[in-house]
Write a protein that binds this ligand. Sequence first.
Ligand SMILES: [Ca+2]
Ligand SMILES: [Ca+2]
Length: 411
Amino acid sequence: MQTKFIISALAAAFAGAAAPAFAWDTLDGKAPLVIAHRGASGYLPEHTIEGYTKAIELGANYIEPDLVMTKDGVLVARHEPIIGGSTNVASLAQFAGRKTTKTIDGVTYANEYFVEDFTLAELKTLGAMQTRAGRPTTYDGQFKVPTLDEVIALAKAKSIETGRTIGIYPELKHSTYMQGVSLAQGRSKTYFEDKLVSTLHAAYGDSANAPVFIQSFEVSNLQYLNTRTDIKLVQLVDADDVKPDGSMSLVAPYDKPYDVAIKGGKLTFADLVSDVGLSFVATYADGIGPWKPYLLTTVADGVDRNGDGTVNGQDRRVDGSTGVVESAHANGLFVHTWTFRNDASMLGFSDPQKEMEAYLKLGVDGIFTDFTDTGVAAVAALTPVPEPESYAMLLAGLGALGLVVRRRRSV
Ligand SMILES: [Ca+2]
Ligand SMILES: [Ca+2]
């Protein structure tokens, strides 16, 4: 009778302890990362200390500064070298003479303001602006353009304050263009990359364990960085659109990495996520950052799935994995995909959290989102919590074992 009781107590204890362990389908089995795309850009002007701070408060694991460079060679956070839309520069008479025409990645921009024509001191007199229609403009002009150093300082201070590791995810914008800027400024061709590496090494050390990912749409700059740093490198993978049948549309300048295009190379972004392409990427990078339609096939079949009377991207039929996540993982590459927005860009979903969950179920290792809170909610929704019954069984089993031990001691 007593033996039978002990066996049933042990069985109960094991039932609780040996329930199949949950593991994410990520490369390392750990929870996927929520990456605050340009900060909390759904709420506050992008690439500002205030925006990054809000993203951290909303639970971001990483904050993303896109990097460009000033006239005096300082790395600052802006989405593009063109700053007419992301700052209030156009409203300031003293800078009217800075308007000029330049070509970036084969596209000519006429009568624009370019960040490399401003010193840091001048840039600091500007205010950041909301860049997307339909988002709050309440804070326009109030926040400054941050330097990379300031973003790093924020991430470090907030890591101490919150007890969480807040990483940074800098993107080198238009490296080929920046090589020309660097040479014109009398600096070395690789000044942009070298400055990033020296700054990151000073702040975090030269380590793959640093809470840092360096990302780029170009290839040769990442290959160069691979010879200069152990910090993790991410090959971004672009396209200009997704076709109705779910395949990728590749039109210049979004068809190829620009450093490939300018050399007359044939390698397209789609090639980079083929099996051969992924094995090539794995020779110089640690992960890929593809636009989300590369991972999940959605088809525009004309059905108004959400019944709102119009047919758009949200109504696309979700057909399942393209196999790219699986192939990337097989090549040892993690996958961080973009961009998830509550107010735009949903493909095959009307609920932004459900869209993020679909990608997390594919096994992606991280998601870039303008709405960190929705990303955090999506990860939480898929994180299993132990059933109350299994807790009860575990406690009952351990309690019974404790009783047995006490009985033995009393013998
Ligand atoms: Ca970016
Ligand atoms: Ca609809």
